[in-house]
Design a protein around this ligand. Structure first.
Ligand SMILES: [Zn+2]
Length: 207
């Protein structure tokens, strides 16, 4: 997936955003809002005064609407990550449309703004995904740097991986979910401090 994202993806799917032309880098958090992971991420980002992008799940927005509102109120960008996190790949167009449309409208109803970016669950998509998200007014946003923070990699491993792969305009995939809740906030602080020391600035993804 990493190879596809970094090399083949931009070649075959130029309408998708894989990396920006900004000089900033873009932290993106998938799978929230999560009752313990998301507040910790928000607090950390606020401490450093940086803004990120959160790709929210419709079902979790329905469960934790106040967190979705808080993400928005703190100046972060809200994107859509489907309703239930089922893979959309090779599902009929109507089924994909239902997942994407319900999530988009749940987010809009909750935060008062329709998201402009869609990230497919697991990064799996096909032409129906592109069509359904475009019909909902959203551009597909992938990433060029996968932190693998949801895996069993140690915090030091995650940081090393990010440092090696990130460059200007990089879109970095992170998560605020059950898997990352146990990492604490030290790992994220280390990531942010590391990039600040390297002279990077941070910005939400803009589509
Ligand atoms: Zn996800």
């Amino acid at each position: 997936m990493s190879f596809l994202n970094r090399t083949l993806g931009p070649l075959f799917f130029p309408s998708i955003l894989w990396r920006s032309s900004n000089s900033s880098i873009h932290l993106t958090f998938d799978d929230g809002p999560h009752p313990s992971a998301t507040p910790r991420v928000l607090e950390l980002l606020q401490k450093f005064g940086i803004q990120a992008t959160f790709f929210l799940l419709g079902e979790r927005v329905a469960s934790y609407p106040q967190l979705a509102v808080q993400i928005m109120a703190l100046g972060h960008t809200v994107g859509c990550h489907s309703m239930s996190h089922r893979s959309l790949f090779l599902k009929p167009l109507m089924a994909q449309r239902a997942e994407i449309s319900r999530a988009r409208s749940t987010i809009e109803t909750t935060i008062g703004k329709s998201p402009g970016a869609f990230r497919p669950p697991y990064g799996h998509f096909d032409f129906s995904t592109l069509r359904a998200s475009s019909d909902e007014g959203m551009r597909l946003v992938m990433w060029d740097v996968d932190s693998q923070d949801f895996s069993t990699r140690t915090n030091a491993n995650v940081l090393r991986r990010l440092t090696r792969q990130t460059r200007q305009g990089s879109i970095i995939l992170l998560h605020d979910n059950d898997q990352t809740a146990g990492r604490g906030s030290d790992y994220l602080a280390a990531i942010v401090e590391n990039f600040l020391e390297s002279g990077y600035t941070f910005a939400p993804v803009s589509v």
